[in-house]
Design a protein around this ligand. Structure first.
Ligand code: GLV
Length: 328
């Protein structure tokens, strides 16, 4: 069998690159902090057997059509809404992701954002650095209590459940909303199922941990924000478009809700003229959910393993579209 050829859309950590030695020929976009330009991507993928890509690449029908020899697209992320999976499936291209390995790291980040937002950590840090800290003020930078508050999780999948497990130490009543009831988790976590509207009405903290699908796009809009408590904090660890951010801006300005922590944004990178950037009661890390050194390294090695399996005719461990095998 000829040596398979792979295109990799970003530098990967050394353990992932090592897996390629002797196993495949590869070309790679070599800039860490800049995504591969569309025209380069379209050119590079024409003759490869497999592609390793990040969420920054729009793997749409055009890319998929151009990748004439491609057998597998291996995404370095658990979410894959940037890939037109139906187009890939029709062409018999396997699509893979990196589930499981990032669950705990992402749950940690949801909590980091929740606490930073509730207790105004980022705002306070900016204040200290600005030299405006003149005295200890009794009510200065006061926030919302976490201990004993009600936590509502939208999307009780792997990450949602890991976020929920961490709440035990804070003695938080736990609510969840999910497409399907998760009875086993209800037992394990002591979580109570709620229709979305009820969860929004009752929760002090609402954490979005759902995948982005046509059903969840703008799941949280003006009406839903209007149901939340004026003291509530909204945290998004899933994908930006799950929230209608124009409606969120209005809700924050009008004090319909208290604050928001957004690890993900409707448009990434965040446009510098986005009005949410002007608000102090919003925390916006640059999509860092899975960003620990160990986890990002594991994600990259997993994606390379998936890709090597796909280009050598094996079934990749993390295949998301088994239907593609029937289209071959
Ligand atoms: C990151 O956002 C991921 O989906 O893994």
């Amino acid at each position: 069998m000829a040596t398979p050829r792979i295109y990799i859309t970003r530098p990967l950590p050394a353990p992932a690159m090592k897996l390629l030695e002797g196993a495949a020929e590869f070309r790679q976009w070599d800039r860490e902090a800049e995504p591969v330009p569309r025209d380069v991507l379209l050119r590079e993928i024409v003759d490869v057997d497999g592609i390793v890509c990040l969420i920054t690449e729009k793997m749409d029908a055009e890319v998929i059509e151009r990748a004439r020899r491609c057998r597998v697209i291996a995404q370095v992320a658990v979410g894959y809404d940037n890939i037109d999976v139906d187009a890939a499936t029709r062409r018999g291209i396997l699509v893979t992701n990196t589930p499981g390995v990032l669950t705990e790291t992402t749950a940690d980040m949801a909590w980091a954002i929740l606490m930073a937002t509730a207790r105004r950590v980022v705002e306070g840090d900016k204040f200290t650095r600005s030299g405006r800290w003149k005295t200890w003020e009794l009510m200065g930078f006061t926030g919302q209590d976490i201990y004993g508050a009600t936590l509502g999780i939208v999307g009780l999948g792997r990450i949602g459940a890991a976020i929920a497990r961490r709440s035990a130490g804070f003695k938080m009543p736990l609510l969840y909303h999910n497409r399907r009831r998760a009875e086993a988790l209800e037992q394990e976590l002591g979580a109570a199922y709620r229709p979305l509207d009820d969860l929004l009405r009752e929760s002090d903290f609402v954490v979005l941990a759902t995948a982005l699908t046509p059903e969840t796009r703008h799941l949280i809009g003006e009406r839903e924000l209007g149901l939340m408590k004026p003291t509530a904090v909204l945290v998004n660890i899933s994908r930006g478009p799950v929230i209608d951010q124009r409606a969120l801006y209005r809700a924050l300005v009008d004090r319909k809700i208290w604050a928001a922590g957004l690890d993900v944004f409707e448009t990434e990178p965040v446009p510098m003229d986005d009005p949410l950037l002007r608000l102090d009661n919003v925390v916006i890390p640059p999509h860092l959910g899975s960003a620990s050194i160990a986890t990002r390294t594991k994600m990259a090695t997993m994606a390379v393993e998936n890709c090597l399996a796909g280009v050598t005719g094996r079934i990749p461990p993390n295949l998301v579209n088994p239907g593609a095998m029937e289209s071959r």
